[in-house]
Ligand binder design. Structure first.
Ligand code: PGA
Length: 241
């Protein structure tokens, strides 16, 4: 793992944006795996600015998002469809036909998951996968469990994740109990992985991710096995390294 420790959230966002932008400058039709959550918001806003200033062109880029809540319509303000358009797609020139986000309301979820995985393969696989990390070690919505799944699938969210994400909803009861997520295999097959973590509540899980046991009880620990995984951490998230 390559680890960059930066001063604060602003520097983390700038560094992450410059890595994503260089990927797109190197390969204008790059396939990007994208994440939601509060951590990448700053990165998206910096990328939008770079796009406005003509420093990076997303017109040929293809994107695949990691996950979506099951049951939420794409226009629900807490859906990841809404998040991605609000924070990124509405501000950059990614072509709508190149945007892929799991559908939380697919009629046949199993079939949808198979098709999503096929689309990633047909696009040539993911060149650069951006990840956040849950305080419980989840990546995407691959939650700690006795086993993990390889491919895109529907999953029950843990109480810890429901609690953590309730800050975006009016109450914990409103948080969907299930989600669709790319699997561990879909993530690990990416050519490069970029994981972002900010704040002191992420320090324990970052320590375990970097140097703990590789275990399905901490899905992010599998990143130790990836041949090109970069972590960008602010000082607080890196405090226990
Ligand atoms: P956060 O979420 O960026 O809002 O901390 C990360 C995650 O749960 O994957």
């Amino acid at each position: 793992m390559k680890i960059y420790i930066v001063e604060d959230y602003q520097q983390l966002s700038a560094k992450a944006a410059s890595i994503v932008a260089s990927q797109v400058i190197l390969k204008n039709n790059a396939v990007l795996g994208l994440a939601t959550g509060s951590t990448p918001e700053g990165m998206y806003s910096q990328l939008a600015q770079m796009n406005r200033e003509g420093k990076v062109d997303f017109s040929e880029v293809v994107t695949f998002n990691l996950d979506e809540y099951l049951g939420l319509s794409p226009d629900h303000p807490q859906s990841y469809h809404y998040f991605m358009h609000h924070h990124f797609f509405n501000h950059v020139n990614v072509s709508p036909r190149n945007i892929h986000i799991p559908l939380g309301q697919a009629k046949n979820i199993a079939e949808f998951c198979l098709e999503y995985e096929q689309k990633i393969t047909e696009a040539g696989g993911i060149d650069l996968q951006v990840l956040g990390i849950g305080a419980n070690g989840h990546i995407g919505f691959n939650e700690p469990h006795t086993y993990l799944k390889l491919q895109t699938h529907a999953i029950d969210l843990t109480e810890e994740t429901i609690e953590a994400n309730s800050r975006f909803f009016f109450s914990p009861e409103e948080v969907p109990r299930q989600a669709v997520t790319m699997g561990m295999g879909s993530i690990m097959k990416a050519q490069r992985i970029l994981l972002l973590a900010s704040g002191k509540n992420k320090a324990p899980v970052i320590k375990e991710t970097v140097s703990g046991k590789i275990t399905t009880e901490l899905p992010a620990s599998f990143l130790q096995l990836h041949r090109d995984c970069t972590l960008i951490l602010d000082k607080e998230a890196a405090a226990l390294l």
